[in-house]
Design a protein around this ligand. Structure first.
Ligand code: SF4
Length: 474
């Protein structure tokens, strides 16, 4: 498998991807700034939301038990899954036990995390994604590249070509024609499905409700039309009360899509009652751990505050340039480079914490102020301790530390670099177009700035001496 750097290089040269990212990224980021700025107490709301998340996770066990009690009181059936395999097995078991053949799904990152669709298909079940972005992903045998906008890596032209192939729409179809074609295909599937599968944006302990936030309304069809609803819920999604939920819904919509509130906020509070006109006969809630309880109580526990709004992706200079597939993980961007190694271990993901400039834009955008750079430094330190970085980097850093702590040697080295740079190929006045060896990674996509002929400390000493001379003369 290609390395993270190699994948990033491919993404940077991918013209359609760069066009798609260029069109989408600013819209999300600008929308968030506009709506958060228009909230009368936006900053206080963020503080309050952070407090809610911290308080919930500090007593997660109690809230989980309270949720189970409330949900079962509403008639739902609550299951617990320690890991992805248990969660997948539970869904298959529920489907088989109820003679399910066709399943419709709404968007859920947790089901991506546990690789649910391949397991359902292997069990002989038909699964259809009904979120428009996820539907496009499924048609194209692709993967989502953003946690709230799965096809942010695709241009309208790419979707037109896919729909032309699978749904017979004209190659130059406009967006209303494409969405109408998808709607026709999906409506039929909703009516025929035996089971609907969703994730959950939140699960409310007080009421036992599952809360889904969507902009397409497909979540309502998935939870209301089929006779069985299965909701997979990460255990960190708990919210103690409906009041707390109000705060989180407000900042979620503002941070995710720059809306005051998402178009559809759906509450599922148990199966249909005798007086209800529709709704599922059975509601199953699967509370999934899959590594989350291992993170609680560690220095990475703060990552569980995440409400999956995607705001950190939209402002991250790395994500904005390379897109989500480059990361190779289900969760991309700043949230992904912490949560993936946290859930899955640093072993397979030791490159991910390097995919950040540590600029802090993620923390500034995060509605619950998660300190992502702090956790990245922690993961990088663990990665060094475990011996993952290559030897050349290890010895290079040690060599630099040795030279940088010897001022005379450092000054001499800087002078030498300045002379050597004059001989190197130029990209502009003083800028270097090519550097040798491992330093070449820098000049592959940009020029290296001029090394000054006189260091800052030399100039400082000169200025100090000049100032003292002037004092003496006065
Ligand atoms: S880390 Fe913060 S900004 Fe990023 S997805 Fe989670 S809540 Fe949103």
């Amino acid at each position: 498998m290609a390395t993270l750097n190699q994948r990033a290089e491919i993404a940077l040269l991918d013209v359609p991807l760069q066009q798609a990212l260029g069109r989408a990224m600013n819209n999300f980021a600008d929308g968030r700034v506009r709506v958060m700025g228009s909230l009368p107490h936006g900053e206080a709301l963020r503080d309050h939301a952070r407090m809610i998340r911290a308080g919930t996770l500090s007593r997660l066990d109690e809230h989980l038990v309270a949720f189970q009690r409330s949900a079962e009181g509403n008639g739902a059936i609550v299951h617990w899954a320690r890991d992805a395999a248990e969660a997948r097995a539970l869904v298959v078991e529920i489907a088989k036990g109820n003679e399910v053949q066709r399943i419709v799904k709404s968007k859920s990152m947790l089901t991506e995390e546990i690789e649910l669709n391949p397991a359902l298909e292997a069990a002989g079940l038909e699964v259809l994604e009904t979120d428009l972005g996820e539907y496009v992903v499924q048609l194209g045998h692709d993967h989502p590249s953003h946690i709230i906008a799965p096809i942010v890596h695709k241009r309208k032209e790419d979707v037109s070509a896919l729909f032309h192939e699978h749904l017979g729409t004209p190659l130059d179809a406009d967006i209303p024609t494409l969405t109408a074609a998808a709607r026709r295909a999906l409506r039929e599937a909703f009516l025929q499905a035996d089971m609907g599968i969703t994730g959950a944006n939140f699960a409310v302990a007080e009421s036992g409700s599952i809360v889904l936030v969507t902009n397409e309304g497909n979540g309502r069809f998935v939870t209301a039309a089929p006779r069985i609803h299965v909701a997979l819920v990460g255990i960190e999604r708990l919210v103690p009360t409906l009041d707390d939920l109000g705060t989180l819904l407000q900042i979620l919509a503002a941070s995710a899509t720059g809306q005051p509130l998402s178009c559809y906020t759906t509450f599922v509070t148990g199966p249909r009652r005798s007086r209800d006109e529709d709704g599922p006969e059975q509601v199953h809630v699967i509370l999934v751990d899959n590594g989350r309880s291992r993170i609680l109580g560690t220095e990475l526990a703060e990552i569980l505050y995440c409400i999956r709004c995607g705001a950190c992706l939209n402002v991250c200079p790395v994500y904005r340039n390379v897109g989500g597939h480059t990361y190779g993980s289900v969760y991309p961007g700043p949230i992904g480079i912490v949560v993936t190694p946290a859930l899955d271990g640093l072993g397979p993901w030791n490159e991910l914490p390097q995919a950040s400039s540590l600029c802090g834009a993620c923390t500034e955008a995060c509605p619950v102020r998660i300190d992502i750079p702090r956790m990245l430094l922690k993961l990088r330190a663990e990665s060094v301790d475990a011996g993952y970085p290559p030897d050349w980097l290890h010895f290079g850093i040690r060599g630099f530390t040795w030279a940088a702590t010897r001022p005379r040697l450092f000054r001499w080295g800087a002078r030498l670099a300045s002379v050597a740079q004059r001989l190197a190929p130029k990209a502009g006045p003083g800028w270097t177009r090519w550097l040798p060896g491992p330093l070449g990674g820098w000049t592959q996509t940009r020029a290296f700035p001029p090394v000054v002929s006189e260091s800052f400390s030399a100039r400082w000493e000169k200025r100090q001496a000049a100032a003292e001379g002037a004092d003496r003369r006065n």
